[in-house]
Design a protein around this ligand. Structure first.
Ligand SMILES: Cc1cc2nc3c(=O)[nH]c(=O)nc-3n(C[C@H](O)[C@H](O)[C@H](O)COP(=O)(O)OP(=O)(O)OC[C@H]3O[C@@H](n4cnc5c(N)ncnc54)[C@H](O)[C@@H]3O)c2cc1C
Length: 450
């Protein structure tokens, strides 16, 4: 009798009689950075465990305010991508008989209100690792507990499941090289979870409208015609992009544009919002290799592992991930001016400026460009790396807390594994970089841009 719940028995005392609640069981699924219906454990578990499932997304004003440094937490390009992703999730849920409740507001207030309104028995969500996100989860947990409801945490953002790692979280190697070696040797990636075909949802009186950018306090972004990749949010475009990657990408031929290797999948914005899962990408690569008898997936798999590594480092170390703060500033330098020049692409270094122009105009730059501009801010300008990271947080369409702050800390020499520091030596490339345009979409050393 899985449908029987014992709401009144959660904290029984001597006088309380436990009366089974024979009503239907309803589980509220709180979507955050898992905006998909495929390979989504919380959704499938809720369907299995409850009679009715109530999917909810909250636009939390916390993410649309300015940081302590006065930098907006979410820029308009990422906000638009988020709106598109939530709209697509709603469309996909409706296609299988469900609905997505959309609200603007603090989840600590909205979720308990909805839980009471729809007589919810439990709330499911995916566990996050960065402290702002985990703080919000804890606050929601406390708010729900006040109305005697449990917030159940699931693990769903990583390629390797935490339980399948060959070591407990506290013993995860800080060195990426060792982490990689042991995980690849001793762990397996789980299969994807089935996509639901039908979801029973309570009768919803007010599903709520998708907010506009203006309601979130942002202007409509202007699309730059020089951008080579159009990032449109949502699970539907994510799966199309994955398909396109195999059709057009070097993974088939081993070579990219102009015959040069260009393995970049451009999947990061969708991975960051969970419009596509890491496992989905992994198994798509494996299937593709089997079908085409090719073995070119090594680089993509390696990059996915970097993503896992930074998430697990955050899980292991929490705020201590950043060992110490090495902010060094030259006393006679005008930091505000230097930072302004850096973010506006007015440093006088062509490659840095072109990369920043591209970041500002499109919300995306290659991993190489990110390393270059971050390394320049940290090592050449000797500015506070946290300001650079906060600026990336605003601008990046693919912003993901562990990936962004982890990579920045790594470049600043503050991550847990400084041996693998991938900072590029500017001087080595300076001659070649001098000749580049003022807007660079993809640039790899030695590769001509068509
Ligand atoms: C300073 C700095 C900040 C960064 N901030 C972010 C961020 O906020 N969000 C983000 O997704 N990536 C971030 N990265 C990592 C990396 O630059 C991007 O993931 C990558 O450029 C995205 O392009 P792609 O999808 O074509 O990657 P691919 O090369 O195709 O890699 C596939 C996927 O692996 C993951 N990945 C690749 N490289 C890394 C890496 N170094 N660290 C973590 N994950 C990786 C991404 O999810 C990516 O989509 C940052 C890197 C640096 C140096």
């Amino acid at each position: 009798m899985s449908n029987i719940s014992y709401k009144s028995c959660i904290k029984p005392n001597k006088l309380q009689i436990c009366v089974p609640d024979m009503s239907e069981k309803t589980i509220l699924v709180w979507f955050r950075n898992d905006l998909r219906i495929h390979d989504n454990e919380i959704l499938l578990e809720a369907i299995r465990k409850a009679d009715k499932v109530l999917p909810v997304y909250c636009f939390d004003p916390y993410y649309f305010q300015k940081s302590a440094a006065g930098i907006p937490k979410t820029g308009s390009l990422r906000a638009r991508f988020l709106l598109e992703s939530v709209a697509d999730l709603r469309k996909n849920l409706r296609a299988i008989g469900s609905e997505l409740i959309i609200r603007i507001g603090n989840p600590t207030e909205i979720l308990p209100q909805l839980a009471e309104e729809y007589e919810v028995n439990e709330v499911y969500h995916h566990r996050e690792v960065a402290y702002e996100e985990t703080d919000i989860s804890e606050q929601v947990e406390t708010a729900l507990w006040k109305i005697r409801l449990n917030l159940k945490h699931f693990i769903g953002h990583t390629l390797y499941h935490k339980e399948d790692l060959p070591f407990p979280i506290k013993d995860i190697p800080d060195s990426f090289a060792i982490f990689k070696k042991k995980v690849e040797r001793d762990s397996n990636v789980r299969p994807c979870i089935a996509t639901p075909e039908n979801i029973v949802t309570p009768a919803i009186t007010n599903a709520g409208e998708l907010p506009t950018l203006q309601q979130l306090g942002l202007d409509e972004p202007v699309d730059d015609p020089r951008a080579t990749t159009k990032f449109a949010g949502g699970e539907t475009t994510a799966l199309a992009r994955l398909h396109e990657y195999f059709v057009n990408n070097p993974i088939t031929a081993g070579k990219g544009r102009n015959g040069h290797t260009d393995h970049s999948s451009r999947l990061s914005p969708w991975l960051s919002l969970g419009c596509i899962s890491m496992r989905q990408v992994h198994w798509a690569v494996i299937n593709h290799e089997q079908e085409t008898h090719t073995h070119h997936s090594g680089i993509l798999m390696l990059e996915l592992l970097w993503r896992d590594y930074f998430r697990f480092m955050f899980k292991k170390h929490g705020k201590k991930f950043f060992k110490t703060d090495n902010t060094q500033t030259l006393p006679d330098k005008n930091q505000d001016e230097l930072f302004k020049n850096w973010k506006n692409g007015e440093t006088g270094i062509p490659f840095i400026d072109a990369s920043m122009h591209e970041l500002n105009a499109t919300g995306y730059i290659s991993n190489f460009s990110r390393q270059m501009v971050a390394g320049y801010l940290v090592n050449d300008l000797q500015l506070d790396w946290k300001k650079g990271a906060a600026y990336f947080e605003e601008k990046l369409v693919d912003y993901s807390p562990a990936s962004n702050w982890g990579n920045w800390a790594f470049i600043a020499g503050l991550g847990q594994d400084t041996r693998d520091n991938r900072y590029f030596n500017m001087a080595k490339y300076s001659n070649e970089l001098e000749t580049r345009s003022d807007f660079i979409s993809t640039w790899l050393p030695g590769v001509e841009i068509g």
